[in-house]
Design a binder for this molecule. Structure first.
Ligand SMILES: [Zn+2]
Ligand SMILES: [Zn+2]
Length: 249
């Protein structure tokens, strides 16, 4: 019996669509806590603090537009697919990541022997059995998308898409802008959070508003810390021209 355990990964794609609603939910809660409940009510106070709140509001909205744009781009942009019937040219030279020129003919010569119903068949190493197509260097088969992706980094559930050669730039920008936005939100909400534990009560604070502010603070702090790790990790990957997949194989 032909069992393919990678097919079990397919439902993860459906789970990814729920993540889109989760992202919009987190943005909505943060917008309510930061703009409507914290910065907005002080715009008519006057003085130097009002100017600071205007700057913070402008920064919040600029980052929100930038992260929404990069999120949309990484969501809809094809990560990079292999053309049908793709083959390596025997005489083609490929420069690998360490700038060492190697001949593809070496790869073609090194063939893998595969057992099929017709008997033994020789296939080039750069070949994907599941796509039944050639597999260029640094290309990987995604078990969730069920296809090969050029310079695949990883399959991201948050963007319901693979991150590969053509949308990696937008993924990096999304991570960076989201980190800056969550950091800004955490810093804006921090005084309210401290006042809450000090027992300082604001006359306009209702339990509902406090709950939204508290939830937004915890979510933004958690995302800011996680995304800081992502920013550091992907900066190091970019500097060494490595993908997340290549790091673990
Ligand atoms: Zn494949
Ligand atoms: Zn994928």
């Amino acid at each position: 019996m032909d069992l393919n355990f990678f097919r079990m990964c397919s439902p993860l794609k459906s789970l990814g669509y729920c993540m889109i609603f989760l992202v919009f939910g987190i943005i909505g809660v943060s917008y309510d806590a930061v703009v409507v409940l914290t910065l907005g009510p002080h715009l008519l106070d006057g003085g130097a603090m009002t100017l600071l709140f205007v700057v913070l509001l402008a920064l919040f909205h600029v980052l929100l537009v930038l992260l929404s744009w990069s999120y949309f781009m990484v969501l809809v942009k094809d990560p990079g697919s292999v053309p049908a019937n793709w083959k390596m040219l025997p005489q083609q030279n490929v420069e690998d990541d360490n700038s060492v020129v190697s001949s593809i003919s070496v790869v073609i010569t090194n063939s893998a022997t595969t057992n099929t119903s017709q008997g033994l068949e020789r296939k080039p190493i750069g070949y994907c059995d599941r796509c039944q197509n050639g597999k260029p260097p640094r290309c990987h088969h995604c078990s969730i998308c069920q296809r090969c992706v050029l310079k695949m980094d990883h399959h991201c559930l948050w963007v319901v898409n693979c991150v590969g050669a053509q949308n990696y730039k937008f993924f990096l920008l999304f991570v960076l802008y989201t980190f800056l936005e969550t950091l800004l939100n955490t810093l804006v909400l921090l005084p309210k959070f401290i006042n809450f534990f000090r027992g300082v009560k604001h006359h306009s604070s209702s339990p509902g508003k406090l709950a939204v502010t508290f939830l937004a603070f915890v979510l933004n702090l958690a995302f800011a810390l996680s995304l800081l790790c992502f920013v550091i990790m992907h900066t190091s990957l970019v500097l060494s021209n490595t993908t997340s997949v290549e790091l673990f194989i």
